[in-house]
Write a protein that binds this ligand. Structure first.
Ligand code: CTP
Length: 475
């Protein structure tokens, strides 16, 4: 980690400790002394078992703790009941559990007896950070969480892999073990990801059972064609875990929150580059457009980090705001907020900063001596993020242009390596761009070119947020 990375890690560690009740509370939760806690902070690493305890504590407070960034968001994480039945593909369910967790879900594992021939409940718990349930008549479990509650608390029940035998049991409505009882007791949507030998898959009995389940509204994911775990080629292969996780997360995303599960970083406003303690180089950016975009993405369910230069517009609600002054600080704040699935560079970043900063106010010495201001180039945040090793899936930039708007902006899109660019034609006489509430946009991608406006900056933001939602829905 660079010095900047370390500094931002310390800040996130401290903020996390604060939000979870302070350092003393953390020490007793993790059963460690103050020096161990300081070590986790100073080394930039928390041991996996301790991290899991922190994540469980966060969940109890209705928060989601990101394992890499240590950021806490108050997204209520959906609970997915992952039922693993006994096929060779069961080992892939471990990766599936991890993918669902990455997508922001709380995964509660349930394993049938035969699944335990392939993987252990302990391995699953290590990945989910939750107890794994196996027995219907386990008194302790019944005290901790009865099977009805276990079934009812889930937003979705996912059976993966689903064997031919388990599909048959579901179709018959059997309840002779914990897994089948949960399927019967749950009122939540159910999805199955079948995996079996191709002949078993093609058998009329299996197909008839699947029709029964489909008629009851059970979602079916896969199976795929190819090499199956039993060595035969044909249809019956478990769909790739990341594909199952993506499909499942879409199933539980409310229609009006298409950006839930996405983390989007937005930059907004100007940057101020100090010359001395009282003077700076700045610009007229009001932050209206960037702030409106942050608000629009949050309204569609995204977790938003807004990195803003000095502006007079109020902080939007439901977003995490980081206030900065300079371009270098803006870059550090954006990097600290990674990983993210989207980045929108709306800030009017100063291209240059004074090479030197005078610690005290520069005095006018004489009328004949006018100081020369030497400038150095600022980092290009948009280009940097577009070429980052942790590049967000979607990178969007803006381009304010006075002439050849579409051509210059398309060239800028390619040069900076972003996916989309929103070009602002600067019309001084119409009062668009800086400080105005209306904006004209040409939305440019590799293949599309659309004119939006003149529209209010809020309408532009809403339209962009919907485009982003469509991008992630179709991804
Ligand atoms: N940008 C950035 N960091 C910089 C300069 C610009 O992230 N140091 C981003 C802006 O947020 C915007 C895009 O790059 O999304 C385009 O900004 P613009 O000022 O139009 O482009 P420049 O690179 O400055 O090009 P020019 O001034 O030559 O048109």
């Amino acid at each position: 980690m660079t010095q900047n990375d370390m500094a931002s890690y310390y800040a996130r560690f401290d903020a996390m400790a604060e939000q979870l009740g302070g350092r003393r509370a953390l020490q007793s939760l993790l059963q460690v002394g103050p020096s161990a806690l300081s070590n986790y902070r100073n080394r930039g690493h928390i041991p996996a078992d301790k991290l899991q305890r922190l994540q469980s504590e966060a969940k109890m407070r209705g928060l989601l703790l990101h394992p890499d960034t240590l950021e806490l968001s108050n997204h209520k994480a959906p609970v997915i009941l992952l039922i693993i039945t006994g096929g060779v593909a069961a080992y892939k369910a471990l990766e599936l559990a991890r993918r669902l967790g990455d997508a922001g879900a709380i995964v509660r594992g349930v394993m049938t007896k035969s699944a335990q021939q392939f993987i252990t409940p302990l391995a699953l718990s290590a990945l989910t950070g939750e107890k794994t349930y196996t027995e219907l008549f386990d008194l302790t479990d019944e005290q901790e969480m009865g099977h009805i509650r276990l079934a009812r608390e889930a937003e979705l029940v996912l059976v993966a892999p689903a064997t031919a035998n388990f599909i048959a049991k579901m179709a018959q409505g059997m309840a002779d073990d914990l897994a089948s009882t949960l399927c019967l007791a749950s009122t939540a949507p159910i999805a199955i990801a079948p995996a079996m030998n191709p002949a078993m898959w093609a058998h009329p009995a299996t197909q008839a059972n699947l029709s029964i389940l489909a008629a009851r509204g059970v979602h079916q994911i896969g199976p795929d064609a190819g090499d199956t775990a039993c060595g035969e080629i044909g249809t019956g292969r478990l769909t790739a875990p990341d594909e199952i996780a993506r499909t499942v997360m879409k199933l539980i995303t409310p229609a009006d929150k298409p950006l839930s599960g996405q983390h989007i970083i937005v930059t907004s406003g100007p940057t101020f580059e100090p010359i001395d303690p009282v003077r700076f180089i700045g610009n007229h950016s009001s932050g209206q457009q960037g702030h409106a975009i942050a608000r629009a993405c949050a309204a569609l369910g995204a977790q938003v980090t807004l990195v803003s230069g000095p502006v007079s517009v109020p902080d939007p609600e439901d977003v995490k705001i980081v206030h900065i002054q300079t371009a270098q600080e803006m870059l550090a704040a954006v990097e600290a907020a990674l990983p993210a699935t989207g980045f929108i560079g709306c800030a009017a970043v100063a291209d240059w900063r004074p090479a030197q900063f005078a610690d005290s106010k520069m005095k006018k010495q004489s009328h004949s001596h006018i100081p020369a201001l030497e400038l150095v180039e600022n980092p290009d945040i948009l280009a940097h993020i577009a070429h980052h090793k942790n590049r967000p899936n979607l990178v969007v930039g803006f381009a304010a242009e006075t002439e050849n708007v579409a051509a210059y902006a398309s060239e800028k899109r390619r040069r900076k390596g972003c996916d989309w660019i929103l070009a602002n034609p600067v019309h001084q006489e119409r009062g668009t761009v800086f400080g105005a509430s209306m904006n004209d946009i040409i939305y440019i991608t590799e293949t599309d070119n659309e004119s939006w406006g003149p529209l209010t900056k809020t309408d532009i933001a809403d339209r962009l947020a919907l485009k982003i939602a469509a991008f992630f829905t179709n991804a």
